[in-house]
Design a protein around this ligand. Structure first.
Ligand SMILES: *Cc1c(COP(=O)(O)O)cnc(C)c1O
Length: 244
């Protein structure tokens, strides 16, 4: 099967699954964005995914996006307003912040005031007048294996982050616990949503976005209020060791 057909079929399956979950939760499926996570996926297949209708793509490493950007963006010159949007979904080291602002439209993984401040400054230089959309990554279930703000630190820093002129804080992001059954991820999603509601009641400048749910558990994340799901393997198949 042609790459584009195969990816278009995967896209339909994902959208149907989201629609099913949204219906169970009484939600509008149009409120849920799919980030197609392309780590280890070749530039060629990424172009196929864009042709198949995916409009939001995600990488977890700045370097990997940089290594593919020429191949993806040079060949297609996007009609105005139709360029795909890129999300950074992996941890960001401060020495890569400038490159990240250049290569990504949304940074989902802000997890310190220091990083937020740096991104705000750089955004003011690289894209003056256009605040950079970000999410605050929260380690909402205190999982030692994961990065992200712990809840107390986020509460401490939130007001200062929301003051930063170069950022637009769209909401919260979390990576679910690695569990043996998708249903067991549900408490993480419930917790992120509750945290969002609590923080937004304190400070309405925090946006309502909830980025949660991956290939194994996105149907459950949507039931629990996800507005962004980040899906790799359910679209592109299992990852192989070598990127490209
Ligand atoms: C890889 C990755 C995903 C996608 O994971 P799949 O299990 O392939 O759907 C989502 N979020 C983050 C942060 C990732 O690194």
């Amino acid at each position: 099967m042609m790459v584009v057909d195969e990816l278009a079929r995967a896209r339909r399956t994902v959208l149907e699954t989201i629609a099913g979950s949204a219906a169970r939760a009484g939600r509008d499926p149009g409120d849920i964005e799919v980030v197609a996570v392309t780590k280890t996926v070749s530039a060629d297949r990424i172009r196929g995914a864009i042709a198949a209708g995916f409009t939001i793509l995600g990488e977890n490493r700045v370097q990997e996006r940089a290594s593919k950007v020429a191949e993806i963006d040079a060949i297609a010159s996007w009609p105005a307003g139709q360029a795909p949007t890129w999300h950074l979904v992996g941890p960001l080291q401060s020495n890569k912040a400038r490159r990240a602002v250049e290569l990504f439209d949304v940074i989902e993984t802000v997890d310190s005031l220091e990083l937020a401040g740096r991104l705000s400054r750089i955004a003011g230089e690289v894209r003056p007048g256009r605040a950079l959309p970000v999410l605050l990554q929260v380690n909402v279930d205190d999982d030692a294996a994961k990065s992200g703000y712990d809840v107390a630190a986020l509460e401490r820093d939130l007001a200062a982050i929301l003051e930063l002129p170069g950022l637009r804080v769209d909401g919260l992001m979390t990576v679910g616990r690695l569990v043996d059954a998708p249903e067991r991820a549900r408490p993480t999603f419930v917790a992120l949503r509750a945290l969002s509601e609590r923080l937004r009641a304190l400070d309405g400048r925090l946006g309502p976005a909830l980025s949660m749910g991956m290939s194994e558990d996105y149907p459950i994340a949507v039931e629990e209020g996800a507005t962004i799901v980040r899906i790799g393997r359910a679209i592109f198949g299992e990852r192989h060791m070598a990127p490209r």
